[in-house]
Ligand binder design. Structure first.
Ligand code: ATP
Length: 582
């Protein structure tokens, strides 16, 4: 991204918070004015008291200085709260925008972009932008005000002394810049070693049974110790760099004070400056140490923030491929019958050489139960994903109740379809919330009804907290079959006119799977499409589509297909042989 573009992005992040920024900058200005005025006052106090000491005046000066210092402290606090607050606000806005944008993107995007990278952009990169907006802006403006106000005051007191003492300050800036590069490298190294360790812990905890079966505890312990050593080394290197930098900055500041002391005292002696002038200069020089040192960090923070703006904006620039047509048609769920028709339906995955769906033509009537069978990789899941537009299919190839699905409002289309994907994903929440995912405030009786239809109810009531039992990663471990039937219950709960099951009962025994499908068949007006490798379940469907290499090679009822030579007959014979052998 070009520099000007980045700057305009940065301004757009700040735009909603301009009022706070205005007040924050104003507060910083006032702080710096008071910060320059206090040494000036001390200068006058010294010169005044030296000429004519009076205890009462001393007390009143001390009170004035104390009040000014308190006001400065309070305003400085306010400026920090305001500007760091903007950083936090921008962080909040960006995280929200990234998440909302990711929700708009199609599943294919997440196949080509790792979740680790996306999480990194939404956390570490957003954090870098927060630092740019909070710390870098505060520090940069503070430095501008500090120099802009302090330097004239110093020059007014004595040009030669001011320039001599500050001449060494660029060295401080360069040192911090050099160190901040090293600090960044060390910090990244620590981060990398830390994620290595986290990955190992995560993997070992998931594969703990395998480690035990293969008696690999010693090997894993050694692997952990090796990674832990590397983390220790990285941490020590970071500590060394930090511990070296701050004494060097202090040393440079002290050199400039020594210069001031050396030439300043002789100037007092020569009567070129007063004692008050000298003390004010010392305070001014000290005042500039912090902003100068911070400027080095500010430049690095700014550069890092710029890279992060590019990385975050790269996500935001990805246009969702599957979106509503400009003149999309609303299709209320109560008007949907559930007829599905494909006309030369063709789909090729990006970077694939062959189409996964190769000019399919079929019609599924409303209320029909259709099984899709075929060899692995023949395109069954791709077809299932095409109907709710989870993949980007072309216009004029797939129709719902005679309407091109690419022109139907996406929310309406998806509301019409209950879909159970191959992996029965469960969220880390209660079983009730998992089933009632599409309408979390639904009645428990409806949740139970769906669970009964999916034949999981008797097992749920045996769970420790019944429907309130936590499942998913942080809950109890469910068997494959229980997970599948819970996902099925989630789909049945929505009561959509079309139900698609993608091999969703593969871990359920044949008898239960057949029973579930029988129950579904009895559901009037529901179009059911179920992809399966279980031939005993498929045989009960009204019709069966047989797929091979992205083509529908056979279509008909179980009896019709058995009477023909072809893939279906050989799949059925194989199934029967397995039954006999079992
Ligand atoms: N995201 C993807 N990117 C590229 N190719 C893919 C992708 N998903 C599937 N394919 C390919 O498309 C073809 C059809 O895959 P699909 O998953 O639809 O088959 P399937 O019949 O459902 O298989 P299974 O019975 O094993 O579930 C396969 O050759 C597969 O390798």
């Amino acid at each position: 991204m070009a520099k000007a573009n980045r700057l305009s992005k940065l301004i757009s992040y700040l735009k909603p918070h301009l009022k706070s920024l205005y007040w924050g900058i104003s507060a910083l200005f006032v702080v710096n004015v008071i910060g320059v005025y206090i040494p000036w006052l001390i200068r006058d106090i010294f010169d005044d008291l030296q000429a004519n000491f009076d205890f009462n005046r001393l007390v009143s000066y001390v009170v004035i200085l104390f009040v000014l210092a308190c006001i400065m402290w309070a305003i400085r606090m306010a400026s920090r709260v305001l500007i760091f607050g903007i950083g936090r606000q921008v962080e909040f806005d960006l995280k929200q925008r990234i998440f909302e944008h990711l929700l708009k993107l199609e599943p294919a995007y997440f196949n080509t972009n790792t979740s680790g990278d996306l999480i990194n952009r939404a956390t570490s990169d957003v954090d870098n932008i927060r630092r740019l907006v909070g710390f870098a802006i505060l520090s940069l403006i503070n430095t501008i005000f500090a120099y802009g106000l302090t330097l004239p005051a110093m020059l007014f007191i004595n040009v030669k002394l001011s320039l001599m003492t500050l001449a060494i300050y660029p060295l401080m800036l360069v040192t911090v810049q050099l160190f901040s590069d090293k600090l960044r490298i060390d910090q990244a190294e620590v981060q990398e070693k830390l994620s290595d360790i986290s990955e190992l812990i995560q993997e070992d905890m998931s594969g703990i049974s395998l480690i035990k079966i293969y008696a690999q505890e010693d090997n894993e312990r050694r692997a952990f110790s090796h990674k832990n050593q590397r983390l220790l080394k990285a941490n020590l290197s970071l500590a060394r760099t930090r511990n070296l930098l701050f004494p060097i900055i202090g040393g440079i500041a002290n050199i400039s004070l020594l210069v001031l002391l050396w030439f300043g005292t002789s100037d007092i002696e020569k009567g070129l400056i007063t004692v008050g002038d000298f003390i004010a200069l010392i305070i001014y020089v000290e005042r500039l140490v912090f902003p100068t040192a911070l400027l080095g960090f500010t430049i690095t923070t700014y550069q890092r923030g710029e890279v992060s703006i590019d990385r975050v904006e790269a996500i935001m620039e990805v246009e969702p491929k599957i979106k509503n047509d400009v003149d999309n048609v609303n299709l209320p769920i109560e008007n949907i019958k559930g007829n599905i028709k494909a006309v030369n339906l063709t789909y090729t995955y990006p970077n694939a050489f062959q189409p996964a769906l190769n000019s399919l033509n079929f019609q599924i009537n409303a209320g029909e139960t259709v099984a899709i069978v075929g060899l692995i990789g023949s395109g069954k899941s791709t077809l299932a994903n095409a109907i709710p537009r989870l993949i980007d299919i072309s216009q004029g190839q797939l129709f719902l109740d005679g309407i091109d699905i690419t022109s139907i409002n996406l929310t309406d289309l998806r509301a019409a379809i209950a879909y159970v994907p191959q992996d029965s994903f469960l969220f880390s929440t209660t079983i009730k919330n998992n089933i009632a995912y599409s309408d979390p405030v639904g009645e428990i009786t409806e949740v139970e009804y769906a669970a009964k239809q999916a034949q999981i109810h008797p097992e749920i009531v045996n769970f420790p907290q019944k429907y309130d039992t936590l499942v998913g990663e942080r809950g109890i471990a469910l068997s494959g079959g229980q997970r599948q039937r819970s996902s099925l219950a989630r789909a049945l709960y929505t009561d959509a006119p079309i139900l698609i099951l993608d091999d969703a009962l593969s871990s359920v025994d044949n008898k239960t799977a057949t029973q579930i499908l029988e129950n579904l068949k009895r559901e009037k007006n529901k179009t059911v499409i179920f992809i399966t490798h279980q031939m005993s379940a498929a045989q009960n469907a009204d019709r069966i589509l047989v797929m091979e290499d992205g083509n529908i090679v056979q279509m008909g009822s179980h009896e019709q297909l058995l009477s023909q030579e072809g893939l279906y007959k050989s799949l059925w014979q194989k199934h029967q042989l397995e039954e006999i052998l079992a």
